[in-house]
Write a protein that binds this ligand. Structure first.
Ligand code: IFL
Length: 467
């Protein structure tokens, strides 16, 4: 069972090596391919590390949002003194996929017994959606536990005023979960357009279209205001829907806006989303791409003139390599990943920011980031090329070497020094993202449908659980 994927790939390789065309006709001389190396021990190691880190989290921080793995303390993510078990919610589907069923049960029981959203505090709507709504939905998708869906709907209902109280339809950044008071009208593309898959799944599973309708409206309003170059500035005002700046970027705070146009099409089949994705990505390729030293990068440009305003590139932008490939542009996806791979080779761990004209680090920390592994996984799924497993393995090895501390894995404050500088917290997304990407790319996971699935920007599995 667990080698079926490898075997399938090997047979595909054999077919390719044998020059078998679509109709099975031999078209070129046969060159036998070697079977792919077994990655199973790496997958087993990922699972062991996950269980080890989970046990420390349970012992020292259970129910709190994030463990501080150096000191053994904890901290909350959304509001001081108001824990919502963020790490547990983020970990649910990862634990399920890894068949860590005792740990999963611990997590689900905590959620059922403790998680309530009647909280008099302002939560960041974007983060609450991708992490909490998405985490609960993926937990529901994997386990079928109805309470997880109820909680996801309850939280989404408390976040919805950010959309419904906005005169333009672009959501405010914050909503008070108890009162529905909204705040933060000065927002950005990621916080405008990273809802459609969580809210779309919620609409499907509850039968109520109000969620997906709100998410799509925010896309409509911003897409309609694109520049004549088909580019979008990244800063926008929720009340007026007007741009607050002129700079277009594929990095934060825009990144997942583009991702969710493609993802919304993939998960929900809405052709508007695909058409908007195609238009905007064509604009990005035409006006933001730049080749320096043979390497492909994406500049920050003036959305109305196309003039380059910065060659600084956020590590988070590396997700775009996987998105390009998923969206059908495999060549540029590969090239962009190659560019980031050069940076990984130079630093070991990617710094948060670089200047791509020199590859100098402009922001030297690393917040335990998943994007390079995420896009390696996407590229591997699209191409079947072992190269991406090798790159993911390097990413994993370097993370273990630099971020593993006494009670778990921590962020880094400086990747350019030897030894690296370390901070003291483990972000919730680590549980939902890189652990899962590593497990899936190395593991041939039997609970995951490799052919038909959907993983959100936070790595939450909303389609493709094999129960
Ligand atoms: O929350 C994570 C998610 O991948 C995202 N942005 C940043 C985080 C990881 O770096 O969309």
């Amino acid at each position: 069972m667990r080698t079926s994927l490898q075997r399938r790939r090997f047979l595909e390789l054999l077919g390719a090596a044998a020059g078998l065309g679509a109709a099975g006709v031999v078209t070129a001389p046969v060159a036998l391919a070697a079977p792919p190396a077994s990655w199973r021990p790496v997958a087993d190691d990922v699972r062991t590390e996950t269980r080890w880190a989970w046990r420390h989290y349970v012992a020292r921080a259970f129910g709190h949002d994030q463990i501080k793995p150096v000191s053994g303390g904890f901290e909350e993510f959304f509001a001081p003194g108001r824990p919502v078990g963020l790490t547990i919610v983020e970990a649910l589907d990862t634990l399920w996929l890894m068949e860590l069923d005792a740990e999963l049960e611990q997590g689900v029981e905590w959620v059922k017994a403790n998680l309530r959203f009647d909280i008099d505090a302002s939560f960041q709507v974007f983060e609450a959606n991708i992490r909490m709504v998405g985490g609960l939905l993926s937990g529901y998708h994997c386990t079928g536990e109805p309470r997880l869906l109820e909680l996801a709907a309850d939280l989404a209902d408390r976040l919805l005023p950010a959309f419904t109280k906005s005169p333009s339809g672009v959501p405010y950044r914050y909503a008070n979960l108890r009162t529905g008071a909204v705040s933060g009208p000065e927002t950005n593309l990621a916080e405008t357009g990273t809802y459609i898959t969580e809210l779309g799944a919620l609409s499907r599973w509850t039968g109520d279209p109000k969620y997906v309708t709100a998410a799509k409206r925010a896309f409509e309003v911003t897409f309609a205001k694109r520049s004549p170059l088909d580019l979008l500035p990244y800063a926008v005002h929720a009340e007026t829907g007007e741009w607050l700046n002129r700079t277009a970027t594929v990095g934060p705070p825009a990144d997942s806006y583009y991702e969710y146009l493609w993802d919304g099409w993939k998960l929900l089949g809405d052709p508007d989303l695909k058409s908007w994705y195609d238009t905007l990505v064509a604009g990005i390729l035409a006006h933001q791409s730049e080749v320096v030293g043979g390497r492909l990068w994406f500049a920050q440009v003036d959305a109305f003139t196309g003039a380059i305003v910065s060659r600084e590139q956020s590590e988070l932008g590396s997700f775009f390599a996987g998105l390009l490939a998923e969206g059908g542009d495999v060549r540029d996806g590969r090239r962009y990943h190659d560019s980031w791979n050069v940076v990984q080779d130079r630093y070991g761990v990617l710094p948060e920011g670089i200047d791509y004209s020199t590859l100098a680090a402009t922001s030297k920390g690393n917040q335990l980031r998943p994007e390079f592994a995420d896009s390696a996984f996407s590229l591997w799924l699209v191409t079947g090329d072992e190269l991406y497993r090798q790159r993911a393995k390097k990413h994993y090895d370097q993370m273990k070497r630099t971020s593993k501390v006494r009670y778990g894995y921590t962020i880094l404050t400086d990747v350019t020094t030897n030894p690296v500088g370390r901070g003291d917290f483990c972000p919730g997304y680590w549980w939902s993202e890189q652990l899962k990407y590593y497990w899936l790319i190395f593991g041939d996971a039997r609970r995951f449908d490799y052919r038909d699935h959907y993983l959100s920007t936070e790595g939450n599995l909303l389609k493709g659980a094999r129960r």
